[in-house]
Ligand binder design. Structure first.
Ligand code: CTP
Ligand code: MG
Length: 253
């Protein structure tokens, strides 16, 4: 076979990414009889959809799921038996759960390994969005540009009143996954939790506190976090739509 007639060589797939899935929350705002990640969604626990989406991404090396110390549900999942799925015990806040997973991962992977952190409670993440995030800057996060007019408010007695309308083009709503090199993220989270624990509500906030400027990668609107009971209804309808249309991707902006 001549060089000209050889089939084009595909570049090798980079499957060196690790994904951390914090799943140790109790779901207070959902108010159900079990943590929201185990509530049924189209006949499967919500977290099973999240893990299946991540497992179908060719870039994946492995997943570390942070579960609660008293968790009795995770071990019953089909995905729990997957050799690429590892577990650690999470902590009191989301950042503590992520840090526990990073501590474990630092015994398994090199310090510069690219790590994506993804909420168990976002079952509609699309593989297309994960790919776009992987291709972005080393520190990056999925986010959604604000579509509503954004107001700043102040408490006035028992009411909230507008003090200002903010320029919408500067407002993005952070989603997950959020990506950073393993050791940098671990150190930023440790330092951020010491310096200002209440300000560390996602990985990017810890990186920002250390002076980094993570890239915002526009994501599908369907990648919302299941938080309140109405979100379950919406998530189920969107999953059904995705299954019926055979689409891997989410619903676009
Ligand atoms: N999470 C975690 N460890 C915690 C708290 C939260 O791993 N101590 C996880 C949740 O399981 C969820 C993700 O972080 O997948 C996002 O958190 P959130 O939506 O706030 O979930 P909950 O804390 O469970 O919900 P709530 O705040 O309503 O109690
Ligand atoms: Mg919470």
């Amino acid at each position: 076979m001549t060089a000209a007639s050889k089939p084009a060589q595909q570049p090798p797939v980079d499957n060196s990414y690790w994904v951390i899935v914090p799943a140790a929350g109790s779901g207070k705002r959902m108010g159900a009889d079990k943590p929201k990640q185990y509530l049924p969604l189209l006949g499967q626990p919500l977290i099973a959809h999240t893990l299946q989406n991540i497992l179908s991404w060719p870039g994946l090396a492995g997943i570390v799921v942070a579960i609660a110390a008293n968790d009795r549900d995770f071990a019953t999942l089909v995905e729990a038996a997957n050799p690429r799925v590892h577990t650690v015990t999470g902590g009191a806040e989301r950042a503590d759960s992520v840090l526990a997973a990073l501590d474990y991962l630092s015994t398994q992977a090199a310090p510069e390994t690219s790590v994506l952190v993804h909420d168990a409670a976002r079952p509609l993440v699309s593989v297309d969005d994960i790919r776009a995030l992987a291709a972005a800057d080393p520190m990056a996060l999925l986010a959604q540009p604000a579509s509503d007019t954004v107001k700043r408010a102040a408490q006035s007695g028992d009411k909230s009143c507008v003090t200002e309308t903010l320029p919408r083009e500067q407002i993005w709503l952070a989603q997950t996954p959020q990506k950073a090199p393993l050791e940098t993220l671990r150190q930023c989270l440790q330092q951020g939790l010491k310096a200002n624990p209440t300000a560390i509500t996602d990985e990017a906030s810890a990186l920002e506190l250390a002076g980094f400027k993570p890239q915002l990668v526009p994501a599908c609107r369907s990648n919302f976090k299941v938080t309140h009971p109405a979100d379950l209804v919406l998530a189920e309808a969107l999953l059904q739509h995705r299954q019926q249309s055979g689409a891997q991707s989410g619903i676009q902006q």
